[in-house]
Design a protein around this ligand. Structure first.
Ligand SMILES: [Fe+2]
Length: 329
């Protein structure tokens, strides 16, 4: 893995000010960052924002499949302690929840899941006692294996947005783009075959109980702009696959490790990841559990009419989970 700076899109001070002022107004007008009325007001509110913000948030446009929006100012002293668990976050950092929802709305339509973090549209990613070794955002001690966000589901996000609240120990998010790999054509062909399913991750207890038969899904797909990927080895029953496929999958893992970059986010950074091109993860770290731990806010967005996925996905059951959209709330 190389430590290399992700493409940075600067947000000028006046644009950052307009964005956070609008977020503060929305928050003042509605009772909570989780208010459905606030979510319904997002598209109209975004229309007031200047073109400079819209330009900075144009679609991901390089083979890296990601960028860092930099220019929002978060004062650590105003934040309060890092929550010990997502369920106790409440309105902590609510201004940044709304700011992130505005960013997500400028790039697409924010989505959420009934079965994850109580249906919240902005998740709090914090290390939590007892979850150190899991493959979820609450872990710390272990490498969070590179994965497509919500890979088990056909309604998964096109874009993943991570806003850094606090990261005193410079704990890196990892990212690897399928468009930077150099796989042999025969391996690409193998991995376009639907051979094994991707199962719901540990953040979805209800989906894990779903009785329906899991459908095998392809790992790679030839989209008009290049290859796209659906990948989550920690939740893929690899030993059910044939040898040729397994070997190709292992070579894909090796290639993703080779091209992986480590992005250490600073407070106020928003990492925008194209979830069809890039898998993301996190390096291991030792949690502090003293209110100063690494703290990210996470939002996800759909982008209309993106030809990045096989049409057959539409028939998947999604393990009984449905994506909620901000407009429909
Ligand atoms: Fe993730």
């Amino acid at each position: 893995m190389t430590t290399c700076p992700a493409p940075v899109r600067p947000l000028a001070d006046d644009a950052a000010y307009e964005l956070t002022t609008l977020a503060a107004e929305l928050l003042a007008r509605h009772s909570s960052a989780t208010s459905p009325e606030l979510r319904a007001a997002l598209p109209g509110a975004c229309a007031q924002l200047p073109d400079a913000i819209r330009h900075a948030l144009r679609p991901v446009d390089t083979a890296d499949g990601l960028f860092v929006l930099r220019g929002l100012h978060i004062d650590d002293r105003d934040l309060g302690p890092t929550p010990g668990h997502w369920s106790s976050a409440g309105e902590a950092g609510a201004l940044w929840d709304v700011t992130l929802l505005l960013v997500a709305t400028l790039m697409g339509t924010p989505i959420a899941w009934d079965g994850q973090q109580d249906g919240r549209f902005v998740h709090n990613i914090v290390p939590s006692p007892g979850h150190e070794s899991e493959q979820t955002g609450a872990s710390s001690d272990v490498l969070l294996t590179p994965h497509t966000e919500d890979a088990f589901h056909p309604g998964r996000a096109h874009l993943l947005l991570l806003c850094c609240m606090r990261n005193h120990d410079n704990i890196a998010t990892t990212a690897a783009s399928i468009r930077r790999t150099a796989l042999a054509p025969a391996d690409v062909e193998q991995l376009k075959r639907p051979v094994v399913p991707i199962l719901p991750d540990d953040a979805y207890e209800e989906a894990q109980q779903f009785a329906g038969r899991p459908a095998p899904v392809p790992t790679l797909f030839d989209a008009p702009g290049g290859l796209t990927m659906r990948f989550d080895p920690a939740y893929t029953p690899l030993d059910e696959a044939d040898t040729e496929w397994r070997e190709a999958y292992r070579r894909l893992e090796d290639e993703l490790a080779r091209v992986s970059v480590a992005v250490s986010l600073e407070p106020g950074d928003v990492l925008v990841v194209d979830n069809d091109i890039v898998v993301h993860g996190r390096v291991p770290f030792t949690a502090r559990y003293d209110g100063t731990d690494r703290w990210l806010k996470r939002a996800s967005a759909h982008v209309e009419d993106r030809p990045t996925r096989p049409a057959a996905e539409r028939h998947e059951h999604g393990y009984g989970q449905a994506a909620l959209t901000a407009g429909a709330a």
